[in-house]
Design a protein around this ligand. Structure first.
Ligand code: PEP
Length: 251
């Protein structure tokens, strides 16, 4: 991995109303000075208003999902160019909650990754095993499959960054993160999978592997200090300004 600022992504999910989202965005302006790359991912309804608060700051905006077609009769969906229009630079793709509740498959994730890259949005591709898959000893296999199916056959330009977020499904939202060495092992598996798919230079320069799942201010440095780890994806601990600011400081 090339040396870069720690990447810290806040996934606000469907947990904040517009006024709460605006208040939180305003109180996060202070983190600009902390020297980290921060991406805020509000719900679709809050994207544009939050973008106005983040304007002229170094904080970046991301969406929580995208549709794979460029435009057309797709009621309820949002295209890559619309995300760009409201100021997004990043987009979360294949979060386990979407895989679980919206039946998103690896094939859908692949199409969404292509749509994001075509619009020069940075995809944050979420991968992770369930508890049963880990218990069955299939975690590495599942992760290799998810990463491969998301990215296989994609023609990546050298100037297109991609983020792969390892999020063990069974620890998301539990308050109990995975043991950091276990995450370190998975990140090595992901990196090797990327090397099987792309030239080594591209893997080194374009890909960042991050960890997500019950990261908070007290454990964040256990993950950001891991080898092959460029940052964290944060759910619950990104919803409260003081907690998230401490987390950023400690990362
Ligand atoms: C997530 O859902 O992406 C996540 C990381 O959530 P939490 O930090 O709450 O586990």
């Amino acid at each position: 991995m090339s040396q870069q600022k720690s990447l810290i992504i806040a996934n606000w999910k469907m947990k904040l109303g517009l006024n709460q989202a605006l208040d939180l965005a305003k109180s996060l302006k202070a983190v600009e000075a902390l020297g980290k790359e921060i991406v805020i991912c509000p719900s679709f309804a809050s994207l544009f208003p939050v973008s106005q608060v983040l304007k002229n700051t170094e904080l970046k905006l991301g969406a929580q999902d995208i549709f794979w077609e460029a435009s057309g009769a797709y009621t309820g969906e949002v295209s890559a160019s619309e995300l760009r229009d409201v100021g997004c630079q990043f987009v979360i793709i294949g979060h386990s909650e979407r895989r679980k509740y919206l039946s998103e498959t690896d094939e859908i994730v692949h199409k969404k990754v292509k749509a994001a890259l075509a619009a020069d949005l940075v995809p944050i591709i979420c991968v992770g095993e369930t508890f049963d898959q880990r218990q069955a000893g299939a975690a590495d296999y599942v992760l290799i499959q998810q990463v491969t199916k998301a990215l296989e056959g994609i023609d990546l330009r050298p100037d297109q960054p991609v983020v792969v977020a390892y999020e063990p499904v069974w620890v998301i939202g539990t308050g109990q993160a995975i043991d950091p060495p276990q995450a370190g092992h998975v990140h090595q598996v992901i990196r090797q999978t990327l090397i099987d798919l792309f030239p080594l230079e591209l893997v080194k320069n374009s890909f960042r592997i991050i960890y997500g799942g019950s990261v908070d201010r007290s454990n964040v440095s256990d993950f950001t200090n891991l080898e092959n780890t460029s940052g964290v994806l944060v759910g619950n601990a990104s919803l409260e300004a003081a907690e998230f600011i401490d987390l950023i400081k400690n990362a």
